[in-house]
Write a protein that binds this ligand. Structure first.
Ligand code: NAP
Length: 288
């Protein structure tokens, strides 16, 4: 026994949970590191995470990841919260130490690291984000806190996201149909899709891609979706000469950051990414 996670378990909780890729990603890293720890899926029904939490330490869990619909419900149940988890009001990683629960959120930092990996600049850039849900929240707040000049969030129901804009005068909200959205596209230095439009298993698709024609050709296009690996949005962006990147990097980096929290150790991100890709790509390509 030479690692804090040896002999322990890790898990991802959610409802539904069978499609989560976290077990593939985390087990690939644990195996690469030679850590004797298993990572499993646990179905925890909507609304029942508060009842489930007290039994988590009895399951020999050193921690767990959380996905829909528990990320927000976990926030008031934590003994401590990281700055990011508090800022996003969302927990995706829980470390259990001596029966206490420490909540983190690695989405925003994972996203930022994936941008850097892809050579996409965001500092001092005007950014346009489509969508204002949970993922957009971590992306927008992280970008704003990390030096983006402004972030314009274009969405279907701006009224639902007013709280997001209250975090900074550099965050602006508008509906897809407002002129402000068009104006922001024309000035954008980076475009990010945080809607599920074009995702595998989601029937909705962008009706057209007129908005790409408004973007300066030098503006990279980032789609948070990684299933399929290349969405129509990314295909259309490439056709117009934009650098186009999918959300796989974000998925992997948020997982690396989570394992760093579980194990209280920094990891070699390059090595982890390589180990993860070897196992993950065949799984993702199955559905392509
Ligand atoms: P969410 O909380 O449900 O938010 C979805 C957002 O998209 C909302 O603003 C929603 O608007 C908008 N939207 C949905 N359908 C739309 C449509 N037909 N037209 C226009 N807007 C629409 O979802 P989320 O958790 O933020 O996830 C969003 C996407 O990011 C998903 O595809 C998810 O797989 C991906 N994601 C990727 C990663 C990664 O690691 N790469 C991480 C997290 C999420 P309303 O509020 O008006 O419904």
């Amino acid at each position: 026994m030479n690692h804090v996670l040896d002999g322990k378990k890790l898990a991802v909780i959610g409802d539904p949970i069978e499609h989560s890729l976290s077990p593939v990603i985390q087990q690939a890293m644990l195996d690469e590191l030679g850590i004797a720890c298993t990572y499993e899926r646990i179905l925890v029904g909507a609304g029942s995470v508060a009842a489930w939490l007290p039994i988590a330490p009895d399951l020999n869990l050193a921690g767990f990841n959380a996905t829909m619909p528990h990320k927000t419900d976990l926030v008031p149940l934590m003994d401590s919260l990281s700055d990011d988890a508090r800022m996003y009001r969302s927990v995706n990683t829980v470390v259990i130490r001596e029966g206490r629960f420490h909540g983190h959120n690695t989405d925003g930092e994972g996203f930022l690291r994936s941008l850097l990996d892809a050579g996409m600049e965001y500092r001092d850039r005007r950014v346009v984000v489509y969508g204002a849900g949970g993922a957009a929240r971590s992306v927008v707040l992280k970008l704003t806190a990390s030096g983006a000049q402004s972030v314009t969030v274009c969405c279907r129901t701006p009224g639902k996201a007013e709280e997001l804009a209250s975090h900074s005068p550099r965050i602006r909200l508008c509906s897809f149909t407002e002129k402000a959205c068009e104006a922001a596209l024309a000035e954008a230095g980076l475009f990010i899709n945080c809607t599920p439009l074009g995702m595998q298993g989601v029937s909705a698709q962008f009706e057209d891609f007129y908005f790409l024609d408004m973007l300066p050709p030098s503006a990279p296009v980032y789609d948070l979706i990684y299933r399929p690996l290349k969405t129509r949005l990314l295909e259309e962006a490439e056709k117009r000469g934009h650098v186009a990147v999918n959300g796989l990097g974000m998925l992997i980096h948020q997982a690396i950051l989570a394992l760093e929290q579980f194990s209280s150790r920094p990891l070699d991100a390059g090595l982890m990414k390589k180990a993860v890709m070897k196992r993950l790509l065949p799984v993702l390509k199955q559905g392509d």
